[in-house]
Design a protein around this ligand. Structure first.
Ligand SMILES: *[C@@H]1O[C@H](CO)[C@@H](O)[C@H](O)[C@H]1NC(C)=O
Ligand SMILES: [Zn+2]
Length: 427
């Protein structure tokens, strides 16, 4: 009897060891599928997203890709059928897909590394961990008298929301005691990483920081406020557990399986339109405006410098679009729309010359879908900043959020070219 019990115990432990070996950090996406929708996709896709049944991966209707969680496959299929929207399965099992992709690329990616004492460059061919980003930011600010680093607040998992301030380049003829804010030509605000899975946005922003600091032209005479990683909790979760994670990681309620708030629906300007009050939805707006530590921190920091702000640029992916407000309404036209479009075109032309990547200047609500409670709408509607944009980076849907790291450098170059052209028009 004792022998039997022992051998049973042995068998069980061998079996669970084998299971542990085959399970990977993609388990959260086991059974999830990617579908391509065709037909009258627009309203039904947003509706199902608000209900928490779908995740719109590509809001620009070009590719119509959605992620369907395992538990909502049947209900989503039924509702889409009723509404006359056809679906085609592109990926049967997202976890297997990601595991295969990892196996294929193993060994082909360069290994870049850095440590707390030596992290002088943002990575060009791989995505940094949040900790590595912090090491780089600290190093950057220690090594330049123009750059300073401030924590705007802590996330629910106690990570810092870092902001780099770049002061205007000192004119040697100028009185060194003079107040730089008085002489400054204004300021630009750059935000990235509010959506966890949009890794390219923060990677590009780290390179933009270097370029801003090295600029010897007019742009160096601006103040710049740069928040390269708004949502570090979500980012680390997307790296370690769920590559398609979008929201932050705060537990808002009793439902343990529905965590997090869409931080780009949590701002207090036409709060709620195009968002969802369902905490299981990918576009959950939170329990009230500014319910989240990340949006509170940004709101307070932006409000302090609002009179200086000439441009607010929010980096996202993907779709290659430069989006202008409003997002909350298809019919209301934002003040200075003509200027937003014209200067936006300067961005697009310069970006295209850099690496032949085409961006389109598009209104959020008319071109994509109604989305309110965004940084872009709030900074224009409440702070009154004339130029506010959301920039959807590479690509147009081929790799989407899984964009390969070889894009980091060329994408940074084209955004820098676009940003310079845009700022030259604005200042
Ligand atoms: C630029 O891209 C377009 C397609 O988007 C292509 O037809 C064209 O040949 C490209 N030009 C260069 C110089 O690579
Ligand atoms: Zn986004």
């Amino acid at each position: 009897m004792a022998v039997l019990a022992l051998s049973l115990a042995l068998l069980t432990s061998v079996a669970s060891a084998a299971k542990a070996q085959t399970s990977t950090h993609h388990e959260a996406l086991r059974g999830h599928q990617i579908w391509h929708l065709s037909g009258e996709v627009g309203t039904v896709a947003l509706e199902l997203t608000q209900k928490g049944l779908l995740d719109m991966l590509d809001p620009s209707r070009a590719s119509g890709k959605v992620r369907v969680p395992f538990q909502s496959l049947e209900e989503a299929r039924r509702i889409l059928q009723e509404r006359g929207v056809a679906h085609q399965i592109l990926t049967e099992d997202l976890a297997t897909f990601l595991e295969d992709q990892e196996r294929r690329t193993k060994g082909s990616t360069k290994s870049e590394s850095c440590d707390p004492n030596a992290c002088p460059k943002p990575f060009s061919d791989s995505y940094m961990t949040f900790e590595q980003m912090e090491w780089f930011l600290k190093r950057l600010c220690e090594s330049s008298p123009r750059a300073s680093l401030a924590s705007l607040g802590k996330t629910s998992e106690n990570r810092d929301i870092w902001m780099v301030r770049l002061r205007p380049k000192m004119d040697p003829e100028e009185d060194p005691e003079g107040d730089p804010e008085e002489d400054a030509a204004g300021a630009v605000w750059i935000e990235a990483g509010i959506h966890a899975r949009e890794w390219i946005s923060s990677a590009v922003t780290l390179h933009l920081l270097e370029k801003l600091l090295q600029d010897t032209g007019d742009i160096g005479s601006l103040d710049a406020y740069v928040v390269p990683m708004v949502n570090p909790d979500g980012y680390e979760y997307s790296r370690m557990h769920n590559r398609f994670w979008r929201k932050n990681r705060r537990k808002t309620s009793t439902r343990a399986d529905c965590v997090g708030v869409d931080l780009n629906r949590n701002w207090d300007f036409h709060y709620g339109a195009g968002a969802s009050d369902n905490e299981c939805s990918e576009v959950f707006m939170g329990t009230e405006p500014f319910s989240e530590p990340e949006t509170k921190a940004l709101r307070d920091a932006m409000t302090r410098v609002k009179d200086q702000l000439k441009l607010v640029l929010c980096l996202h992916s993907y779709g290659q679009r430069l989006l202008y407000p409003w997002g909350y309404s298809k019919s209301d036209v934002a003040p200075y729309t003509d200027d937003l479009v014209r200067e936006g075109n300067a961005f697009v032309e310069a970006a295209q010359r850099s690496d032949n990547t085409s961006y389109a200047v598009t209104n959020v609500a008319a071109g994509l879908y109604v989305a309110s409670g965004t940084t872009e709408d709030w900074s224009k509607g409440v702070l009154g900043v004339k130029y506010t944009y959301t920039l959807e980076l590479r690509d147009k849907g081929e790799h989407g959020f899984l964009l390969g790291p070889s894009n980091i450098l060329p994408c940074s170059e084209e955004v820098w070219a676009g940003l310079q052209a845009l700022l030259k028009k604005i200042i």
